[in-house]
Write a protein that binds this ligand. Structure first.
Ligand SMILES: [Ca+2]
Ligand SMILES: [Ca+2]
Ligand SMILES: [Ca+2]
Ligand SMILES: [Ca+2]
Length: 574
């Protein structure tokens, strides 16, 4: 499976630019596609060196396809010895499907022998513009070339190729005439059927011209190419270049190096920009689409990607402690962005709920509403499609004892509608600034009063044989939004009323008519009107979510003072 580690930072939209274009827009004029010849995007200049213009050159793309401002690049080193993979058999023609092409190991004609091939894709004001090129082993004759951009993944087998054409594959054919300028460019779209190649643009039918610097462009400016008329240095990032009869050399001899570009979006005229997967450079007997194919160099060139984020949403419902007082409801916004240049399809997300510890976690998608269940199905479909550069926000709600909930989400998508499986994926784990925790304060209310209901008007009775029976009512309420664990309630005269208990949010436990025997009053024993009996209840516990002890630092407590005699008269005034 091909996985595109999508990251938004790789996506750069280059300015199409200039004041003139801005003025055109301001005047309401129709905006044409981006011209391929734009040194602020890529240097189509007949060499591979990155020079003063702001645009890239192949030096930056070699040796691994990365570098520069390219959305994606590929750099392929092809054999120039007898173990070269080359086309084989009469079926190897552009008008045949890939399954009919044959391949073998051998040696193509020297002038057709590809040594390196390369491609790089750019987003130029919303247009997909792809630059491509190759260098060859010898210049002892003209060489025609083709450059395929395949939507499906194409690979090689022992005798041929794996993968088939998809409608929308693009073929660019051109020539590399020794001693002359580039004068032929054709751009085709694979449409299948009896005449599988639809001509999108051609120098033969639409004309073209060469500028003073030697760059040949179609009249519509959407395809251009140039080869080196003079010796040009081989960049160090090439990893070496060998020329026939001369061995390793530091310069590409004249006509050994070719580079071109094509504005795919403009040539497709508003129809959907395809999402390519593979790139192939090939040499051939002529630029004609029916020409016999010679050498090829094939590589992955994935132009689709997605990125995903995940951040907690703070509102009245999130983060919020559930009624069980032990788990937390958290809402997350999950933005999925299409970082590629073509529409992606059948997007899904998966939440990682297998967290360490006892954090049983369940999540569900609340928006957009979908069929499918995250806890039983894993991946849940969330979007039918997502356009290039577009972002869609998915809302997921989770319940977990983790505080805060830190986990990852994985988004997947299909790079083409016909794709059997979701071949694109991206993951994101909530970062420190993206989580939200609840911070409950464990709180308890303890009340204690004398219990006159026991028969005595004050809750104090003289006992037969001496002493006093003092009765009190005690209640303890969990006054917080989290459960309290390890709750102990102890009265200094009555003893333990509860040990290791649990109080859910708002729960009250009541102990009525709890009595103890006292031999002496607190004081004033000689004045029955003033004699009173005091005792104290203490409560301890720990917040289930906060982990904080209740009443820290002072333990919750309540004292009841019960008088021996009912009060009456002015002396009762407080
Ligand atoms: Ca160049
Ligand atoms: Ca440059
Ligand atoms: Ca080859
Ligand atoms: Ca080769």
């Amino acid at each position: 499976m091909r996985r595109v580690p999508a990251s938004a930072s790789r996506w750069r939209s280059l300015p199409r630019a200039g004041l003139f274009v801005s003025l055109l827009l301001a005047c309401g004029a129709a905006l044409a596609g981006a011209p391929v010849k734009d040194p602020n995007v890529f240097e189509l200049d007949g060499n591979a060196h990155d020079q003063a213009p702001a645009g890239d050159d192949w030096e930056l793309i070699a040796p691994d396809g990365t570098g520069g401002n390219a959305l994606r690049g590929v750099f392929i080193t092809d054999s120039v010895t007898g173990d070269d993979k080359i086309f084989h058999g009469g079926g190897s023609k552009d008008v045949r499907d890939i399954s009919q092409w044959g391949a073998t190991t051998g040696e193509p004609p020297d002038k057709n022998d590809i040594e390196h091939a390369y491609a790089a894709a750019y987003n130029v004001g919303g247009d997909l513009v792809i630059y491509f090129g190759l260098d060859r082993f010898s210049t002892d004759g003209d060489s025609a070339m083709g450059f395929w951009f395949f939507k499906n993944n194409i690979g090689t087998t022992a005798t041929g190729f794996s993968g088939v054409h998809a409608v929308g594959d693009i073929l660019v054919t051109s020539d590399n005439v020794t001693g002359g300028t580039v004068s032929v460019i054709n751009v085709f779209k694979w449409v299948g059927g009896q005449n599988p190649l639809q001509l999108l643009a051609s120098s033969t039918t639409g004309g073209g011209s060469t500028d003073g610097a030697g760059v040949f462009c179609l009249t519509n400016t959407y395809a251009c190419a140039i080869r080196n008329a003079t010796a040009q240095p081989v960049p160090a990032s090439w990893g070496g270049y060998t020329f026939k009869g001369a061995g390793a050399v530091n310069d590409f001899p004249p006509f050994a190096f070719y580079e071109g570009g094509v504005n795919i979006s403009a040539l497709l005229g508003g129809s959907e920009t395809p999402c390519f997967s593979s790139f192939m450079a090939m040499t051939r007997t002529s630029a004609s689409e029916t020409a016999q194919l010679k050498d090829f160099a094939l590589g992955a060139f994935p132009l689709c990607g997605i990125s995903v984020g995940k951040a907690c949403v703070v509102d009245a419902d999130s983060p919020k402690i559930n009624s069980d007082g032990e788990s937390i409801h958290t809402k997350f916004n999950i933005p999925i962005t299409n970082t590629g240049v073509g529409t992606v399809y059948d997007l899904s997300i998966e939440e990682d709920t297998a967290l360490p510890g006892s954090f049983a976690t369940s999540c569900h998608v609340s928006s957009p509403i979908v069929s499918g269940n995250m806890s039983t199905d894993g991946a849940v479909a969330v979007l039918a499609s997502l356009g290039a550069g577009a972002t869609s926000n998915i809302i997921v709600e989770c319940d977990s004892k983790a505080n805060p909930l830190v986990n990852s989400v994985t988004a997947r998508a299909k790079s083409t509608q016909a794709q059997a499986n979701r071949d694109l994926s991206a993951s994101h784990t909530t970062g420190s600034g993206e989580t939200c925790a609840v911070q409950p304060d464990p709180a308890i209310i303890v009340t204690k009063e004398c219990a006159p209901s026991t028969g005595a008007p004050t809750g104090v009775k003289l006992k037969v044989g001496g002493g006093f029976e003092v009765c009190v009512n005690i209640s303890v309420k969990n006054d917080s939004v989290e459960s309290l664990k390890s709750v102990s309630i102890t009265d200094n005269h009555i003893g333990a009323l509860l040990t290791g208990g649990t109080l859910t949010p708002g729960q009250t436990v009541t102990y009525n008519n709890q009595c103890y025997t006292a031999t002496n009053a607190d004081g004033n024993e000689t004045n029955p009107a003033e004699a009173a009996f005091s005792d104290e209840v203490n409560v301890s516990g720990v917040g289930a979510i906060s982990g904080e002890p209740v009443g820290d630092p002072a333990l919750p407590e309540a004292t009841a003072t019960c008088k021996l005699c009912p009060c009456s008269g002015p002396s009762c005034a407080p």
